[in-house]
Design a protein around this ligand. Structure first.
Ligand code: IMP
Ligand code: MG
Length: 190
């Protein structure tokens, strides 16, 4: 699965998923969503900021009408109590009686997602499902349902295509593995 880095960012060890691989997979998932939601008008809920790049590509590949909304949660702090997540920017619109597709960049322990599913589920949407770009199932602590996923990933710290390290690298068009020395010890085990 891993390939040597040719022209990727110097802070990266390898490219894990190229732009072309991501485009093809996102198109596949978008086609599935378009078919599953045919005749409906889902709200795509993006979790800021990591899911923005994925959501904007996914939305443009859909063949059904869709609305977009965003929420923002307290940042990922691995040293803090992982159960503690807080919404710091809420949705602009009600999701009551709507079909909601929660779009996530990466599901790691699943604790963030579990919190979000509970919070959004309490608002009585007609349906609530998850679409994740990356799934690191090996680290799962909370059993969360992921209806659509693009890629399963290994236990290494990844950046690009929306994913950051200290708010950088989000705009790389591919997903890559950070060099061990660049990720400060204690930030992530990978
Ligand atoms: P979870 O609650 O452990 O599932 O954490 C999910 C969140 O952790 C993601 O939305 C990301 O913000 C962050 N995260 C987990 N792994 C990575 C990674 O490899 N790179 C960048 N962010 C990550
Ligand atoms: Mg996220």
């Amino acid at each position: 699965m891993l390939r040597p880095c040719m022209d990727c960012h110097p802070d990266l060890e390898r490219v894990l998923f190229t732009e072309e691989e991501i485009r093809a997979k996102v198109a596949e998932v978008a086609a599935q969503i378009s078919s599953d939601y045919a005749g409906r008008e889902p709200i795509l809920v993006g979790v800021l900021k990591g899911s923005v790049v994925f959501l904007s590509d996914l939305a443009r590949q859909l063949e059904i009408p869709a609305q977009l909304d965003f929420l923002s949660i307290t940042p990922f702090v691995p040293s803090a109590d992982p159960g503690v997540v807080r919404i710091i920017k809420d949705l602009d619109h009600s999701i009551e009686d709507r079909d909601v597709l929660l779009v996530e960049d990466i599901v790691d322990t699943g604790l963030t997602l579990r919190y979000l599913l509970r919070a959004l589920g309490a608002r009585r949407p007609r349906s609530l499902h998850v679409c994740a770009l990356l799934d690191r199932a090996s680290r799962r602590l909370a059993d969360v349902p992921i209806r659509y996923r693009c890629f399963e990933i290994p236990d290494r710290f990844l950046v690009g295509y929306g994913l950051d390290y200290q708010q950088l690298y989000r705009n790389l068009p591919y997903v890559g593995v950070m060099k061990q020395g660049v990720v400060k010890s204690g930030i992530f085990r990978g």
